[in-house]
Design a protein around this ligand. Structure first.
Ligand code: HEM
Ligand code: HEM
Length: 370
């Protein structure tokens, strides 16, 4: 879609076609182009653009699922529902592009159809959030920096999802469209949740990738300063938006009605600068070399399929032959088991030790595992 939009734009600009240009007057002179529609560009753009914003979060959600399961010492709750919610998000996402365009003069009936398709995306999002919370419930939680960033993702995903529901309702969206309320909404999900997922992944797998431990204390400082500052930046933006301040304005000082927003903008700026300092301090975080035995992923019995000190020798996941696996990789906190985690390469069946290795795809499912 984006490619088609760009091609039509190219034709308009270079070959004198009129896909997007319509009755434009410049200096009193009408352009030759007639009959096109600039709204068509918006339609094509958002047909790609709005689905994309949900898809952009999926890697961070995958990382978070792994880290929360590992650090709560429980398999992710509702494993199948979690997997199912991914295609569900994708299909709802692909039908909600027009939601950003309620104010373009579209037929209100059409608008209400897109209200329904966009609100339906809240369902798979809610499934994920409830499953994360239920995984944490009564878990044996280890608060590593990676876990804090993952829980931070869940918190911001809820905060941004709630304002998403407001924006998805055309009656509520029309007054706040193109204001800072929208900027606040999407930064909380795209600017915070997605970035938190990325940081969580770095903290969790850094030792695995580089054979070095990151400084945990600096990790905590990094998380808390980032978390507080991110809300300090993006929470006040909701109020700036509700006061009517439009997005994409270079300067508001010429408009007296936005004077109230100036103080809030100063607060936002101060938090943004402090948050940026926290990030730079984290990038200078010291790290110390560690042996395979010290690796937190291994000592915590993470369900990682990587085996051996991969960072030393090679680019792939396994040195040499693929390992034989006997069980699925999330056997944490099994009742009546002394150890807290049974690795997937441990062979143990109801009939005692022994048993044939199986292909991962034929392993017992979460509900029927041994
Ligand atoms: C329950 C889930 C969500 C719902 C119902 C929702 C709904 C909406 C709606 C209706 C708009 C258009 C507002 C307007 O222009 O007036 C919007 C804007 C936006 N949303 Fe969400 N959203 C949700 C979650 C997310 C997520 C998870 C992300 C990204 C990770 C995201 C990123 C964005 C972005 C980037 C925009 C603004 C695009 C722009 O105009 O520049 N949203 N959202
Ligand atoms: C501390 C970090 C950040 C700050 C202070 C910040 C601030 C802003 C502000 C003030 C705007 C509105 C500009 C305007 O409408 O005039 C904006 C727009 C935007 N930001 Fe951020 N941002 C940050 C991080 C991010 C991140 C991490 C992402 C994406 C992952 C992001 C994506 C966007 C997008 C898509 C827009 C909309 C651009 C447009 O209107 O065309 N921002 N940002």
């Amino acid at each position: 879609m984006l490619l088609s939009a760009a091609l039509l734009l190219l034709l308009d600009r270079s070959l004198g076609t009129s896909f997007y240009l319509s009755e434009i007057h410049i200096g009193g002179e009408a352009l030759e182009n007639m009959g096109g529609s600039p709204i068509l560009f918006q339609h094509l753009f958002w047909f790609l653009g709005h689905p994309e914003v949900y898809i952009v979060l999926l890697p961070a959600l995958g990382i978070t699922s792994e880290i929360i399961a590992t650090n709560a010492r429980k398999p992710i709750f509702g494993y199948r529902a979690m997997i199912g919610s991914i295609p569900r998000s994708a299909s709802s996402a692909s039908s909600c592009g027009v939601t950003t365009m309620f104010v373009t003069g579209m037929n209100p009936f059409l608008g209400s159809v897109f209200v329904v398709t966009t609100l339906s995306i809240a369902i798979p999002s809610a499934v994920k959030v409830f499953n994360y919370i239920t995984t944490l419930w009564k878990g044996n939680i280890v608060m590593t920096p990676a876990m804090l960033f993952s829980i931070g993702l869940v918190a911001t995903f809820i905060a941004g999802g709630l304002t998403g529901i407001i924006l998805a309702d055309s009656a509520l969206d029309i007054p706040v469209h193109d204001t800072y309320f929208v900027v606040a909404h999407f930064h909380i999900v795209m600017g915070m949740s997605a970035i938190f997922g990325m940081f969580a992944g770095i903290y969790h797998w850094f030792p695995r990738m580089y054979g070095k431990m990151m400084n945990t204390r600096m990790g905590y400082v990094h998380f808390w300063v980032t978390f507080i500052c991110a809300f300090g930046v993006f929470f006040p933006m909701h109020f700036i938006g509700l006061a009517g301040a439009p997005r994409r304005y270079y300067d508001y000082t010429a408009f007296l009605m936005f004077d109230n927003a100036i103080d809030l903008n100063v607060v936002v700026t101060l938090f943004a600068i402090t948050g940026a300092l926290a990030r730079s301090s984290s990038s200078t975080t010291s790290s110390t070399a560690c042996s395979a035995a010290l690796l937190p992923c291994r000592t915590l019995g993470a369900a990682t399929r990587w085996s051996g000190p991969a960072w030393l020798s090679m680019h792939g996941n396994w040195p040499g032959k693929d390992p034989e696996v006997y069980r699925w990789p999330y056997d944490y906190s099994k009742p009546r088991k002394a150890e807290d985690f049974v690795p997937s390469r441990t062979c143990r069946t109801r009939t005692g030790e022994g048993g044939e290795p199986r292909l991962a795809s034929s392993l017992p499912s979460p509900t029927e595992r041994v």
